[in-house]
Design a protein around this ligand. Structure first.
Ligand code: S3P
Length: 450
């Protein structure tokens, strides 16, 4: 593992390539940083409460720091007290007019959830982001938030940079999600917090439910019913949020890179502590187990209202499977690393129903198909998924540099592939990793130590 000196010109910036090479088994104990989704929400809800909230275990990744900076622009006072973060909120209905454009960096979650907050406040805001975020569709939140009364001037194709004007009071709506997206669900519910009346979101397919869980922790009544297999979620606005102390569990999406690495690198026996296992997020572990992974759940407990366990993962011979598309929302961010597991499995893995992967930080189907092929895997790209013919445990040849497209999860997935390759895998830039997992490389070193 190490930075390779030759600089490449990539988009508007110069970046350095980075190589991840086989180094022997992954062993010992590691602790991954706090959950990204929960960290964003903890800051946002703290900013909406009147009084002081304290957050321990917040992920200090660039995406979450972008949320903190935007909330400061809108009046919240956010700082650190030792290892904890403290948020002195402004209250629902009293967000301040930001004086500068809100720079969302690479973060779709910051953008879409904050657009929801602004939508029902009488303020205007400009959202901008990096080259990856500026390609991602915002129409999916513009549509429901416009129905609530907000108005938008996006860039062509409904993208950033975008200007919006909130409406106070906004109009409550009942919105059936056309795509399984926790970001869209959360944007509408957050707009509903300052909207008089009942704002309803209908979810045909359940997505991560951190918004619902955490709003309750801040004293908001959130009604959730199941009807004909759909979830119906209601908030009664306007709401007051009561400040709250939150402990953020470890991110199951970050832990997944290490769970796959330990599964495919022979001789590994790694314990990953404090991993959040919310059932709307743990699909990757269920699918890895179907493939034959050896995962033990130790000391199962609750942290901050979320189920948590320490995961002991030992190397195992994985088998290719057909992945049920219904599991996709509960592991939507983990497909890139699942493709790596599949590339080392025995037999063929078929994935489908993954159109959403094309509009993440990169087009993750084509990015992973290209990257894994370059590293020596046998991949077929389909419209809505990948078909992967596994190596049966034989190390991939390795190679590169693979293109990460400013996508942290492509970078980390291909790093994991490098550990299970003969010659190592070079990625064009390790910089995107800092958006969600700043100490990823340090933890790899720690786990890779003999
Ligand atoms: C997130 C929801 C998911 C996920 C993203 C975080 C959230 O996005 O991919 O990393 O915190 O709500 P979608 O809502 O687009 O599926």
């Amino acid at each position: 593992m190490g930075a390779v000196k030759a600089p490449l010109q990539y988009g508007y910036a110069f970046v350095s390539t980075h190589r991840f090479s086989p180094k022997g088994p992954l062993t010992g104990r590691i602790r991954v940083p706090g959950d990204k989704s929960i960290s964003h929400r903890a800051l946002m809800f703290g900013a909406l409460a009147v009084g002081r909230s304290r957050i321990s275990g917040l992920l200090e990744g660039e995406d979450v720091l972008a949320t903190a900076a935007a909330l400061r622009e809108m009046g919240a006072v956010i700082g650190k007290d030792g290892d904890d973060w403290v948020v002195d909120g402004v209250g629902v209905g009293t967000l301040l007019q930001p004086e500068r454009a809100l720079d969302m960096g690479n973060s779709g979650t910051s953008t879409r959830l904050l657009m929801g907050l602004v939508a029902s406040h009488g303020i205007t805001a400009t959202f901008m982001g990096d080259a990856s975020l500026s390609k991602r569709p915002m129409g999916r939140v513009i549509e429901p938030l416009s129905t609530m009364g907000a108005s938008f001037t996006p860039s062509p194709g409904g993208t950033l940079p975008l200007m919006m004007e909130g409406m106070q009071p906004a109009v409550p709506i009942s919105y059936r999600l056309p795509v399984a997206s926790a970001q869209v669900k959360s944007a509408v519910l957050l707009a509903g917090l300052n909207t008089p009346g009942i704002t309803t979101v209908v979810e045909p397919v359940p997505t991560r439910d951190h918004t619902e869980r955490m709003l309750r922790g801040f004293g908001v009544t959130v009604d959730v019913e199941e009807q004909d297999g759909e979830r119906i979620i209601k908030v009664h606005g306007p709401c007051d949020l009561t400040p709250c102390d939150i402990t953020v569990p470890g991110d199951p999406s970050s832990a997944a890179f290490f769970a796959v690495a330990a599964s495919i690198v022979p001789g590994s026996d790694l314990t990953i502590e404090n991993v959040g296992l919310n059932p709307t997020r743990n699909g990757i572990y269920r699918v890895l187990e179907q493939m034959g992974a050896n995962i033990e759940y130790l000391d199962e407990r609750e942290v901050g209202g979320e189920p948590v366990a320490d995961l002991r993962v030992r190397h195992a011979g994985l088998k290719g499977i057909e992945v049920d598309p219904e599991v996709a929302p509960s592991m939507i961010d983990e497909f890139p690393v699942l493709f790596v597991a599949a590339a080392l499995a025995e037999g063929t893995t078929v994935t489908s129903g993954l159109d959403e992967l094309r509009v993440k930080e990169s087009d993750r189907l084509s990015a992973m198909a290209a990257a894994l092929s370059l590293a020596g895997a046998d991949i077929e790209e389909r419209e809505d998924g990948l078909v992967i013919h596994g190596s049966g445990g034989k190390a991939l040849s390795g190679g590169g540099p693979v293109t990460t497209h400013l996508d942290h999860r492509i970078a980390m997935s291909m790093a994991v592939a490098g550990l299970a390759s003969k010659g190592g895998v070079t990625i064009d830039s390790a910089e995107p990793i800092a958006t969600s997992f700043p100490n990823f490389i340090a933890l790899l070193h720690k786990a890779g130590a003999d």
